[in-house]
Design a protein around this ligand. Structure first.
Ligand SMILES: NC(=O)c1ccc[n+]([C@@H]2O[C@H](COP(=O)([O-])OP(=O)(O)OC[C@H]3O[C@@H](n4cnc5c(N)ncnc54)[C@H](O)[C@@H]3O)[C@@H](O)[C@H]2O)c1
Ligand SMILES: NC(=O)c1ccc[n+]([C@@H]2O[C@H](COP(=O)([O-])OP(=O)(O)OC[C@H]3O[C@@H](n4cnc5c(N)ncnc54)[C@H](O)[C@@H]3O)[C@@H](O)[C@H]2O)c1
Lengths: 207, 207
């Protein structure tokens, strides 16, 4: 399996190499990539090799086949249907974002407990009644759910998702979710992230 | 300076210990914290010690003073004015979120290039004309800006912020920003994060 730090860098290579394709270039070198992204060229070479892409000495990596290798690696080729739970401020921003479809994720529907939201649509996606979540996860074999409910509802909704067979949760709530070992959780704690940035800023000033 | 992995865990300790305060408990042990958060008690002890909090053998950490130590450490005591650039779907969700104020960040105003948005308010915060950004960053000595503009505008807005004296950028765009060494950037690449989760799910199935 590909190490996580490499996986996190691949979308940046992908975006840059797409720019090379638009500029009608056929090859791109590790040095060009490294300079553009402020990375070490040896790290770039290692990352690209991890995707199976092959570079030619003095010529570089073929733009089309490298884009293909990265797409394969990040699963951009297979579309995944995913659900969103909690169609509030953050949930609606995620529903309206075209970027997820571009990388193979089809945000099929949102679920909410607020009757005033149920029955509406955001960016063409329906907001359904929260009570239908469990049945639809099961029937549609949904693997990934995005959690954007208030912290107080987070664990309860998680338990419903896990019972219905969810395999991974992308968690935007500040709550640490208790899940069985076979369920993956990726926390996106935005408050922690801002605090860390601010603290690093404070540390950098002290020097 | 406190290591970043520790800083990222502190908000979870903070939230759990707040719950202890609401349950009128005076002390909390590392074991209780570790069990609640699925962490190793030795790691918890090391993290709390890094904040300056002192535990008493067999009794644990005093709830009030430990909350205070974590607040001090994460800078929750000093309010920091920050700007948001790009009042679109994501920007408006961030403006409407009360969580930032709770940890000492005052999202003062948003800036946008779309005349239809300028002059409106979201959650009581004004959306101002993008051309005023540079002057107001300078006059209000703003240190941190949140970037939520389209990828195509990201570098241009960043250059404006840097010239005006910004010290740190919280970047939600998928663009890698080129900034001078003394400016901090924290990337929040949500697309990469979802791709990584999906790839890890794929890896876990193969086993
Ligand atoms: N908005 C942000 O910028 C932001 C930033 C960081 C973290 N978060 C976190 O993301 C989550 C959502 O934040 P928000 O600002 O969108 O909040 P919000 O209150 O605007 O939206 C929450 C939505 O969840 C729905 N909901 C509540 N209980 C539910 C349940 N049991 N089942 C289904 N839906 C339910 C509500 O009806 C509401 O529509 C919160 O946990 C918050 O801490 C948000
Ligand atoms: N919405 C999401 O869930 C989401 C998820 C991941 C990443 N992102 C990233 O966050 C950014 C914002 O996404 P969004 O969905 O809110 O887009 P959006 O189009 O809804 O909002 C962008 C806003 O930026 C404004 N803008 C454009 N150029 C500007 C400039 N030069 N100065 C000031 N304002 C300017 C636009 O008028 C608009 O209001 C994008 O880079 C996107 O890739 C968004």
């Amino acid at each position: 399996a590909i190490p996580e730090p490499t996986l996190k860098r691949l979308p940046y290579y992908y975006k840059f190499i797409q720019g090379q394709r638009e500029a009608r270039r056929d090859f791109v070198s590790c040095t060009t990539l490294a300079e553009a992204l402020g990375l070490n060229p040896i790290q770039v070479r290692k990352d690209l090799q991890a995707t199976g892409a092959v570079g030619r000495p003095k010529v570089g990596y073929h733009v089309e086949t490298t884009l293909d290798a990265i797409e394969e690696c990040l699963g951009y080729h297979n579309t995944q249907d995913i659900f969103l739970v909690g169609a509030g401020h953050l949930g609606q921003a995620l529903l309206a974002y075209p970027g997820f479809a571009e990388i193979g994720f089809n945000l099929v529907a949102a679920f909410d407990a607020d009757p005033a939201k149920v029955g509406r649509e955001v960016a063409g996606k329906p907001i359904l009644e929260a009570s239908r979540l469990s049945d639809l996860v099961r029937r549609m074999h949904i693997q990934i759910a995005i959690l954007a409910v208030p912290a107080a509802a987070a664990q309860m909704v998680t338990d419903t998702l896990v019972r219905a067979g969810i395999r991974a949760i992308w968690n935007f709530t500040p709550t640490r979710l208790a899940v069985p070992r076979e369920v993956l959780v990726q926390d996106e704690n935005l408050l922690a992230s801002l605090s860390v940035l601010s603290k690093q800023l404070e540390n950098s000033r002290v020097k």
